[in-house]
Design a binder for this molecule. Structure first.
Ligand code: UDP
Length: 236
């Protein structure tokens, strides 16, 4: 089988782990993700994963409710660790080995992250789930995944969302929105598109890490992206 990439960084949003729920974790969604991820690892793709925490806590919305921003961001980072443990557990249940790394030392919940430990895990066919964002407040997990993707020398960052790509306007609100097959980093700035925060986009641009935004919630799509089917939007 023709594979487009040998090593990838997959970003999953925390919100998508809720499935149809309003908060927290949906076991069915976790198990669907685990099956899709196991499938691509069995093709020989070295896989690193970064997960968000929005299904549990976000520092910015916490601040609007009176939480201290830094403490709120720390709560958000811990939420990403919870999600990472949940995905790791679902992967184990699916028969796929994984290792959870944390940006902040909290052994034995996870191993303290280093680029080399993550690469070593991936080379053994284990999934490196890199949690805790960047370890710093005022950042997002999109920036965390851009950073980790560059560090682990991934060839692409796959941003799994519930939308099937990048559109001229929000397709969930505007039926006339048109999808891009490809778009440059610069066009994201000039059109003011909210694909990722600008810190994450700039990090990818400056380090030439392409991004593919695709619908991860349709089972089978992850493999399709990696075998070169033209789904999603490529940012280059
Ligand atoms: N966060 C942080 N630093 C990081 C990454 C995340 O402080 O490097 C916090 C921040 O409060 C953020 C929350 O963790 O709102 C959850 O991450 P994010 O909102 O990116 O999750 P997603 O929207 O992808 O579920």
């Amino acid at each position: 089988m023709d594979l487009k990439y040998k090593r990838i960084l997959l970003k999953l949003s925390g919100e998508s782990l809720m499935g149809d729920k309003q908060y927290g974790l949906d076991e069915k969604r976790l198990s669907e993700y685990a099956t899709q991820i196991k499938e691509i690892v069995s093709l020989g793709i070295e896989t690193g994963i970064v997960i968000g925490g929005g299904n549990i806590f976000r520092g910015l919305s916490g601040a609007s409710r009176g939480f201290d921003r830094v403490k709120g961001d720390q709560m958000g980072m811990l939420a990403t660790v919870i999600n990472s443990l949940a995905l790791s557990s679902a992967l184990t249940a699916a028969g796929q080995k994984s290792r959870v790394f944390t940006a902040i030392n909290m052994f034995p919940i996870g191993e303290y992250y280093s680029k080399w430990k993550a690469i070593e895990a991936m080379q053994k066919g284990e999934i490196a789930i890199i949690s805790g964002g960047t370890g710093n407040p005022f950042f997002t997990t999109d920036t965390g995944s851009a950073l980790r993707g560059i560090e682990i020398e991934a060839e692409v960052m796959l941003k799994g969302t519930r939308v099937d790509g990048i559109y001229t306007t929000d397709p969930e609100k505007d039926p006339s929105a048109v999808k891009f097959e490809k778009i440059s980093y610069d066009e994201i700035y000039t059109r003011g598109l909210k694909v990722m925060d600008l810190t994450a986009t700039t990090l990818c641009k400056e380090n030439k890490l392409p991004i593919i935004v695709f619908d991860m919630d349709t089972v089978g799509n992850l493999k399709k992206v990696l075998t070169g089917e033209n789904i999603g939007t490529l940012v280059y």
